[in-house]
Design a protein. Sequence first.
Length: 204
Amino acid sequence: MNRHHAIKDNILIGVTTRGHISVGTVQFLRKQHYDIFFASEGISATIARNIVCRHFLKGTWSHLFFIDDDIRPPEHVIDTLLGYEKQVICANYLLFLDGHLHPAAYKKAKDTYESYCMGEIGMKEVDAIGLGACLIEREVIEKAMAKDCFTFEYDEDGYLSKGEDITFSECVKKLGYPIHYDFNTMCRHVKQIDLCDIEMFLTS
């Protein structure tokens, strides 16, 4: 039997929320036949992701699909990511930071990370990812959870320098697992921003 078909029904969707969830995310979830588990980020994103992973490890699921409460992936995103047969792979979604749009994929640059540019295509190995629409094999979760993989790191001035998605990426890389990003499979990322910011972005 094809490995893809053997495992396609053995997946947990782990939803990290901040006490609310976008309509688009709900529409995606309603079309899925996989088990779904919710954890709130009301206390901390690190705690929410740890809660999801601990619940995942209590079961027999082969894969965990992380989805954030403001992400709307294509309906068949899980099947698409499964088809690559990678141990850690994220679908594409955009972030809007410092007036710029960029994918949630990063490459190492000395002591920091640089985001990939808009227009990247294909499935590529990357150094770090966001976890907003990410499929992860059980073996990776098992080993990463033994390493306190979801943490926040701060710089000397007290500003957040690394979120839990980056520290997770670093952890799994150190464990020897490559990280992949599917630039072709685009998810909607619903945000509320000031209209003046939109004007600034469009005219810059």
